[in-house]
Every structure is written in C-alpha cells, then in structure tokens.
Design a binder for this molecule. Structure first.
Ligand code: DMJ
Length: 471
C-alpha cells in the first residue's frame, strides 16, 4: 500500500517559496551585474582605442600626448618612445591587435636608445625596460629582447657607484651618471625587471646588481626593522630618520614581494617577512576610524606624520596579495571614502586632520589597481561596485574631446594639458581587467610589475631561474 505523502505546514511552504524567490532575485542581480561589467569592459576598450587613436594622430613616436592642445611632449626634448612601449601590453590584452603590432614593429625595428640624454634611472627601468620585457614575454620576438638587453646595458652604468646604489640619472649614450641622493623606491626597484632580463639572457649580472641595491637598503634598517627614505648613493648611508611605506619607498617593498612571487629567490622572502611585520607594527595608524599607513621615526617607531599620497594605496593590493585581506579591506575602505568624497583622489591628504594637502589627480592607477586585487582576491562584489564608481568618475572629470587629461584640482576638476603614460599602461588596464575578469590575468597566473606589466608565472622555469639569476 502506498505511503501517505507527508503534509507540510503552509508556513513552511510559504517560507521555502520566499527563499527560492529571494535566491533567484539575487542570482538575477548577479547576472545583471556580470552583464554590466562585460559592457563596461567593452566600453573601456572603446575608450582606450579612442585615446590611442588620439596619441597616434597627434603624438606618434613621442613620449606623451597633450590631450587639450592635441600636441605632444617629450620628457627630455627628444623622443624616447615612452607611451608606446609602456602601453603595448594594455593594447594587446584588450585585443587591439593592429595597434599592438604597430608598436611591436616600431620597438623592434625603429627605435634607438643611443641618445645623448640623461634619463631618470628608476622611471626608465619601470616604463621602458619593463615595457620591452613584457612585450617579449607576450610575443617571443627576439628583436624585442635584443632591444631590452640593449636598454638594460644602457642603465647599468647608473649602478657604478661605490655602494652600488644607482645615481638618479644616467646618460643613455655615454653612461655618465649624476644625482647622488636617492629615495628608497628609486634606489631599489630593479629586482623585478633586472631579474627577468637575467632570466631571458641567462646573464646573472643584471639581477645581482639589482639585488645588491635591495640588500643594502634592507641591511640599513633600524634595530626595530624600519628603513629610511633618502640615501647617499656614494656611501650608501641613509640620510634621515623618517620611515614610511608609501611614496618614496613604495616599490622597494613591492618588488621584494613580487619578485619573490615570480622568481622565487628565497633571500627575498627572508627580507619580506620582517619588513612587512615592521610596517604593520609601526606605520599603521587608525585616524578618524580608518586604517592608514603614516610616517614614523625609524628608531623609536613613533608616528611623526599623517600625510599620505595617492600613490600609497598600492599597499592595499600588496597586503591582499601577501594574504592579509583583513588589513587590506580596512585600508581600502579608508581610501574609498576619500575618493568618493572628492570624486577622484587628491595627490596629498592628511588623514589625521582630514585636509587635502595637494589637490592634483594625474590619472594615477593605485586605487584602481588595489580594487582589482580586491576583486580577484576577496571575490566580494562590493569591490566591483567600487570599480564602477571610479570609472564613472574618471570619465566624468578627466575625459575630454580628444582623450583623458590630468586634473589640477579635485575640487574644481580643472583639467590640464597632459596625460601620463601610466594612464594607458596601468589605469585603463586594471579597469579593463577588473570588469572583464579574464582568469589568464589573475594572481595565480601572472605577476604585475609596479608599472602593471604582466609576466606569466609558468614562463619561468625553476632551473633556468637558478642559472640565469645566479642563485
Ligand atoms: C607609476 O609609474 C608606477 O606605479 C610607480 O611605481 C609609481 N606610480 C606611478 C603611477 O602613479
């Protein structure tokens, strides 16, 4: 005999139906957000294409587009091709193949760095050497690698000081170098590019030169583990008591961790662990309910300054990348509030007095980069919502009839006639990847340089790392 069907109380049935409806409306909302993000990714590609077409029409071959006057500027009065080389991988990732190919051909066949000009050692490492190496990582074009090696060789004389720390400027033709005071970031952000160059050329010299710089700064840390800001290139001595993790020091920390992630030199992990502990212990400060990283006396650990800059949120991404999503979330929230209050991020801000110290926004990527890390590493949809807001604000305040422009004042939103190369290299790339969510560019697969040049982890084989880097 058939068993009688169990009877459910009406209230239970009503609750189950309500739960099902709620579930399907959440699922519908997520599907709608995913559709929105796909559309936004396509919009970022259109905007990048529009920007790149403007660069190509008015500034091709020169360092930067002037987006208001439709002209160009060169950092040192003659072209060093910074925009195309820095932008290549963004265009390639977005599928703008013809533009990417044109840059690859240009870099492989037409550019020459044999120029009697002093360049900033740090900036040309992250933008030109990093850009060429990522072009090689993506294309395998041997002419591009030859160009990268030629350029790396032109940077090397900068490191011929007694201490091995680089001079601030190096002449690309003569190898003469000058500028004997340098901050930690510009003294020791070479591990990543020089390590990759050593790997591809199987010549340890580049990496060893770079590691000497990082080691010197690390070894100059105070008894409580904090490094200073400025260094004398000849003696290698640290010149001050101030310690911070943001501007002037940022990529020193960033490259210890990122180079370890890509190239697995255990010495870097041994530097990273105590460095991060000291940063969190002494530089973190709660101000107005938010988590910030300020300035401290490197001997006493006492907080001595609460000025922060729009470069500093790189640390949010780095904390999340290193596994500390808790601190990353709290720090991100503080920066997000500052962006939303101003519609963009001011260049300088006092997190204790809540005052803007420098009102400029130069299309910088750091908070957007941090947001991309948070999207990938926390999977919390809240961060996608934040990214939508940042993109809307950048379009609203920085876009013009030609491309995108610096904003001189986040209060008045007055634009000025410049577009930094990191706008295409970094800001647009992280916006696109944040909306597009291509797993090939998540953190299991690539490591991004400080200038957002991506390198595929699986391209670097352990035995060749050891031989190439001299480990
Ligand atoms: C970029 O050139 C790099 O990210 C660098 O490390 C410092 N910041 C600028 C963009 O703001």
């Amino acid at each position: 005999m058939a068993k009688p069907l169990p009877s459910f109380p009406r209230a239970m049935i009503r609750a189950s139906i309500a739960a099902l409806l709620a579930f399907s409306s959440v699922a519908r909302a997520h599907a709608a957000e995913a559709d929105d993000d796909r559309a936004l990714a396509a919009d970022v590609v259109r905007e990048t294409k529009r920007t790149w077409d403007a660069y190509s029409a008015y500034a091709w071959g020169h360092d930067e587009l002037k987006p208001l006057s439709r002209g160009y500027s060169d950092w040192y009065g003659q072209p060093l091709y910074i925009s195309p080389i820095d932008s290549y991988d963004t265009l390639a990732i977005m599928g703008l193949e013809a533009d990417a190919r044109r840059i690859e051909d240009f870099a492989a066949n037409d550019v020459s760095f044999d120029k009697n000009v002093y360049v900033k050692t740090f900036e040309f490492n992250i933008r030109i050497l990093g850009g060429l190496l990522s072009m090689y990582d993506m294309t395998g074009n041997p002419k591009v690698l030859a160009k990268a090696q030629d350029f790396g060789n032109r940077l090397l004389p900068a490191f011929a000081s007694k201490s091995g720390l680089p001079y601030y400027y190096v002449n690309l033709r003569t190898g003469a170098a000058k500028g004997s005071t340098i901050c930690a970031a510009e003294a020791a952000s070479y591990l990543f590019e020089f390590g990759i160059l050593s790997y591809y050329t199987q010549n340890p010299r580049y990496y060893q030169v770079a590691k000497n710089c990082t080691r010197r700064i690390f070894e100059s840390r105070s008894p409580i583990g904090l490094i200073g800001k400025d260094y004398d290139v000849d003696s290698g001595a640290c010149l001050d008591r101030d310690s911070m993790a943001g501007a002037y020091v940022d990529s020193y920390y960033e490259y210890i961790y990122k180079t370890w992630r890509l190239l697995r030199d255990p010495e870097l992990k041994a530097m990273w662990d105590p460095s991060l502990a000291a940063v969190n212990r002494y530089l973190a400060t709660t101000q107005n309910g938010g988590l910030w990283y300020g300035m401290a006396d490197r001997f006493t650990g006492k907080i001595t300054g609460t000025a922060v800059t729009l470069w500093d949120p790189y640390l949010v991404g780095l904390l999340a990348y290193a596994g500390d999503t808790g601190r990353a979330e709290r720090s991100f929230a503080a920066w997000d509030r500052l962006w939303r209050e101003n519609g963009l991020l001011p260049m300088g801000y006092d997190c204790a007095t809540d005052r803007i110290l420098n009102p400029r926004y130069y299309l910088n990527p750091e908070l957007i980069e941090a947001c991309y890390y948070m999207i990938c590493l926390t999977k919390d949809p809240k961060y996608s919502e934040d990214l939508r807001q940042y993109y809307a604000d950048i379009k609203r305040y920085c876009r013009n009839g030609t491309a995108y422009a610096h904003v001189e004042d986040v209060v008045t939103k007055r634009q000025s006639d410049a577009m930094s190369t990191f706008f295409v290299a970094e800001t647009l790339k992280y916006l696109y990847l944040g909306f597009r969510r291509n797993p090939a560019y998540d953190f299991d697969h690539v490591v991004f340089s400080t200038e957002a040049h991506p390198f595929v982890i699986s391209h670097f084989d352990a035995a060749r790392i050891r031989s190439g880097l001299g480990l």
